[in-house]
Every structure is written in C-alpha cells, then in structure tokens.
Design a binder for this molecule. Structure first.
Ligand code: ADP
Length: 378
C-alpha cells in the first residue's frame, strides 16, 4: 500500500534570485517546487528540480505552467495579469492575487489609493505636460523626484530633477521611450527603513524586526536589523506595515519601504508584494527566513517565527564589477558568523550577483566580519 500523500505543487513565475531562494526554502518543506523561467540559465532554473521555459509576460505561458500547480507565486511583478486571473478562475491558488499585485505594478495607483486610505505618502501628482511638472516644482520646491508609473526597479525609473530645463529634457526622453511619469516631492531622508510583513490569506500575520537599508544610486547596498531607531518610530513603522498588509490583502511577504525624516515622520516609499532584498538577512538572522514564510503565507500554512537568532544581522549585496567574478574567489574558509549566498548569475557591472551576511552582538563586530569576507569576494 502506498500511504504517502501527494506533495503540494507550488509554481513560481519567474526565475531570478528571489525564486532561487524560494526553491531553497521549499525543499526542506517537501514541496514539489517548479519554476517558469525565461531561459535555462536563469538563477532559479539552475537549481529548481522542475523547470519550464516560457515568458512570465506571456498569458499562455503562465496558464499552461500554472494549470499543473496547486499554488502559484511570483519572482517579480512583470507578469501577465490575465494569465493569473485565468488560473484563479481555474481554482489554482495564486498569491499575491492580481488585486494585491496591482499596488506593486503601478506606483501612481499605489500612491493614490494609499493616500485615499490615510497612509502617509510624499506629496505627488500625475503629470501630462511640462506645465504640470513646473507647477508641481514651484509649489513643492525643487528638486523633485520624477518616477516611471510602471516597470521601474533598482532605481531605473527614478529621476531627481532640479529645474525646468531638466524636466523638459526628461519629458522628451521618456515620451520617446513610451514611459509615463508622475512626480513627487524630494524627501530629505534621514534613514531608509523596510518593514516586512508575512500574511496568510486567512488573515494571520507576523512582522519581522524593522530593517534599515542603505541605497546608492537607487540600488540597495546593505541592510541591517534591527534598525537603530527609537521604540516609538519602530512601533509606528510596524503599525504602518501591518495596516498596509491588511489594506492590500497581501498573501505571503509584503515589503513596505519607508522614508524616515529627521523630525521622526515616516512616509511610505513603495511596496513589493513578494520577498525583498532588504529581507535576505532573515535567512541567517531569523528563525524563519522571509522565503520560507513567503511559501507558508502563499499556501496558507501556519507562519514561522520571525524572531532574530542573534542581536544584529547585516547583509551586503555582492554587486558585479567588470573585473571580478565572485564565484572564482570563493573563500572556502570563513568565520562562522558569516555566510555567502551566490545566485549563479553571469557577472556584469552593477548586477546583483549574491549577498553575504554577518550576525553578531553589535553593529561594529558584524561590519568587521562582513568587510573581511567581502574583501575576498570583490
Ligand atoms: P525602485 O522601484 O526602482 O526601487 P524607488 O522608488 O524605491 O525605486 O526609489 C529608489 C531610491 O531612490 C529610493 O530608495 C531613495 O533612495 C530614492 N528616492 C526615491 N523617491 C525619492 C523621493 N521622493 N525623495 C528622495 N529620494 C527618493
């Protein structure tokens, strides 16, 4: 007699490093995990036990991949929504749902709906003409931040604009490229924070310790948890996170990026309805990683503990340079308070090729350990 129960089948649409780390979390949970990859060289396609080749932006590819799954989740937002809707109609459990995903796909929709719901967001406006642009700048002060409404990531799609001339140039360039813009006030940022919340469709949710991030040119370089902020700010950030997760009906991880101003005011920058770069430190720094909890949330399983396993955890991204491939420089011997995670991606300048983490009792010790390791790798 065969008494084994069928394994739940979970499909991940897209096969970047987030999908790769979801696959790594799925194996010990005995989930039959599959990825829809654009190419067999994609980061998650290199390690997933079952790979289907197809374009996440293609409705048919999503439907034929997802039909064979019990659950479907996403590596990134650039996916075909009609395909996801069809899967939902077909009783496949898709998380995040297209409704939730819409907040991450369209920044203007996100700003508008969050503002209407009373969440703190920077002043913003849709713009169609140079006159709209200049009027906003004159009212709120220059510089201002112009953003692509859809499709931006890692700072591509964010422009800090200082005057009318720069605005005119940007409008001409983006019009030519078919990019629609909105503008918002340029925020004087004291610290960038991220609050990660994991939520089950049936309602249970948990928050991770607040994470502090450092960006350069719109790319996340490092993240440290817990953020070095007052208890009042921590509680406020956590409350915003929980309220946003409920408002957007998140399924799995939702990451809410925040701007903290010098006067203690918090504004929402943006949300990602999936695991997030700032949360990579949860693999080595908390009891249940964001990837495992994402899968638990997506499948409506009981959530794992988000408590930290040491006082502080630090993550530094390994960004590609033209000279060095970190895979060729892997130190086989490094201290036990550090860990290396490579994504199997071809090195290219500025590309996220992996990350390292360090855990310990103080920010000073973890920065020291991390720096020693990173010096070997890049
Ligand atoms: P992406 O979606 O490409 O990650 P974001 O909207 O998160 O873009 O912006 C990337 C970075 O640009 C932010 O982390 C922040 O450092 C900076 N930035 C974005 N919006 C503003 C703003 N309104 N004022 C000041 N800096 C901003």
């Amino acid at each position: 007699m065969n008494s084994s129960r069928p394994r739940p089948i979970l499909g991940i649409v897209g096969a970047g490093q987030l999908a790769r780390m979801m696959v790594q979390a799925a194996v010990p949970l005995n989930i039959d995990v599959r990825v829809l990859a654009k190419t067999s060289a994609d980061s998650a396609a290199l390690i997933a036990p079952h790979v289907e080749i197809g374009d996440p932006a293609d409705e048919n590819a999503i439907v034929s991949f997802g039909e064979k799954c019990d659950f479907v989740t996403l590596d990134h937002e650039l996916v075909n929504l009609v395909g996801l809707e069809k899967l939902l109609a077909n009783k496949v459990k898709v998380q995040p749902t297209p409704k939730t995903l819409q907040f991450a796909k369209n920044k203007l929709y996100q700003r508008t709906s969050f503002q209407a719901a009373g969440f703190p967001v920077p002043s913003f406006s849709k713009i169609d003409t140079l006159a709209d642009f200049v009027e906003f700048g004159d009212r709120h002060g220059w510089p201002l931040a112009a953003k692509a409404i859809t499709g931006g990531y890692d700072g591509r799609g964010v422009w800090i604009i200082g005057d009318t001339e720069a605005a005119e140039k940007l409008l001409a360039e983006t019009k030519e490229a078919g990019i629609n813009l909105y503008v918002e006030e340029h925020v004087e940022i004291e610290k960038e924070l991220a609050v990660l919340v994991v939520r089950r469709p049936s309602g249970e949710l948990q928050t991770y310790p607040i994470i502090e991030t450092r960006q350069e040119d719109g790319i996340c370089h490092e993240a440290i948890a817990p953020a070095r902020i007052s208890q009042a700010i921590e509680e406020n950030a956590r409350k915003i996170g929980v309220d946003v997760a409920e408002f957007t009906e998140a399924g799995g991880i939702i990451a809410i990026e925040l701007f903290l101003k010098a006067d203690g005011i918090i504004l929402i920058n943006e949300v990602a309805t999936r695991p997030h770069n700032s949360g990579h430190l949860t693999i080595d720094g908390t009891i249940t990683s964001q990837f495992e909890n994402h899968l638990r949330g997506v499948m409506d399983w009981p959530l794992g503990s988000t408590t930290m396993t040491s006082k502080f955890a630090l993550m530094i991204n390994i960004l590609g340079s033209s000279e060095a491939d970190p895979s060729d420089r892997l130190p086989l011997n490094h201290s036990s308070d550090t860990a290396i995670h490579l994504y199997g991606k071809v090195a290219r300048a500025g590309r996220k090729l992996g990350h390292i983490t360090a855990v310990g009792d103080s920010p000073e010790t973890i920065y020291q350990s991390a720096q020693k390791l990173i010096n070997h790798l890049v």
